[in-house]
Design a protein around this ligand. Structure first.
Ligand code: GLN
Length: 260
């Protein structure tokens, strides 16, 4: 079995080691005997989104977002079709913002977005920086994250996301758009409504760097299972022994929430 992962703009959108998400997805495939095929594409390079299983877009500075916007716009139709066909997408921070309607920077200039996500971003007066803990929305948990019925390894399923944010953009979700969850530590989408990220079809946008997936193995497996099930509906991922990853995750969550 193979799984194709596209890393879009790896040279421009790779703040805070976001490429670590690609490494985590590829490793969790290999540990299960699934061959990961990673394809990279940047300015002027074509990619067949329909042939991809997972698309990853990392974060970047305002400058890089301005550089790539025209190239991204020409991909809008193909990407929208692939997303409507169930393509799994993970977009971090700047990549997340670019899937929305627009990103208005501090000086008032707007960077156009793909308008695939019904969200918009406006730069705030201060950067939102620091660790983040998110209590995952039940709709995300119901999608394979709640491994209790399947887990062969005696440990409770993780119900939080852990990461690090650094953004001036404050993202707002239109009515009906579902966040990934509620922020229990940190700022999240905008530092005001207590929400973080967004989920639309199989598209997941989030401000969580870290990189995200090594800190959240359950979320990495959600993306992998959704991608595999799109090709073979009855696919079920073999459980991995994530005890150490879960201990690290839970230790950090407890430390941030000042829990015993
Ligand atoms: N340039 C965007 C902002 O400052 C995104 C930053 C990022 O990707 N970390 O909000």
């Amino acid at each position: 079995m193979k799984l194709t992962i596209c890393h879009l703009y790896p040279d421009l959108l790779d703040l805070y080691g976001d490429r670590g998400n690609i490494l985590a997805l590829a490793a969790r495939c290999r540990w299960r005997g699934i061959e990961p095929i990673v394809q990279r594409a940047s300015l002027g390079e074509d990619i067949d989104f329909l042939g991809m299983d997972i698309l990853f877009i990392g974060g970047g500075s305002d400058r890089e977002q301005g550089i790539l916007v025209q190239d991204l716009m020409r991909r809008e139709g193909d990407l929208r079709s692939a997303i409507d066909n169930g393509l799994v997408v993970l977009a971090i921070c700047g990549g997340y913002q670019m899937l929305g309607k627009y990103y208005q920077m501090a000086g008032g200039e707007k960077i156009q977005g793909l308008d695939i996500l019904d969200v918009w971003t406006i730069a705030g007066a201060k950067r939102l920086i620091g660790n983040v803990v998110v209590d995952l929305d039940q709709s995300v948990l119901d999608d394979n994250l709640d491994q209790s019925s399947k887990s062969k390894v005696e440990s409770p399923p993780l119900r939080t996301l852990l990461g690090f944010e650094n953004h001036s953009g404050q993202t707002h979700l239109a009515e009906g758009m579902r966040p990934l969850g509620k922020v229990s530590f940190g700022h999240g989408n905008n530092g005001e409504d207590g929400e973080e990220g967004v989920r639309y079809r199989n598209v997941f946008g989030t401000y969580l760097h870290g990189p995200l997936l090594p800190k959240n193995p359950h979320f990495a497996d959600l993306l992998l299972e959704l991608a595999l099930q799109r090709r073979e509906p009855n696919t079920c991922l073999m459980e991995l022994d994530d005890r150490l990853e879960k201990i690290a995750h839970q230790t950090m969550v407890k430390r941030l929430l000042k829990q015993p």
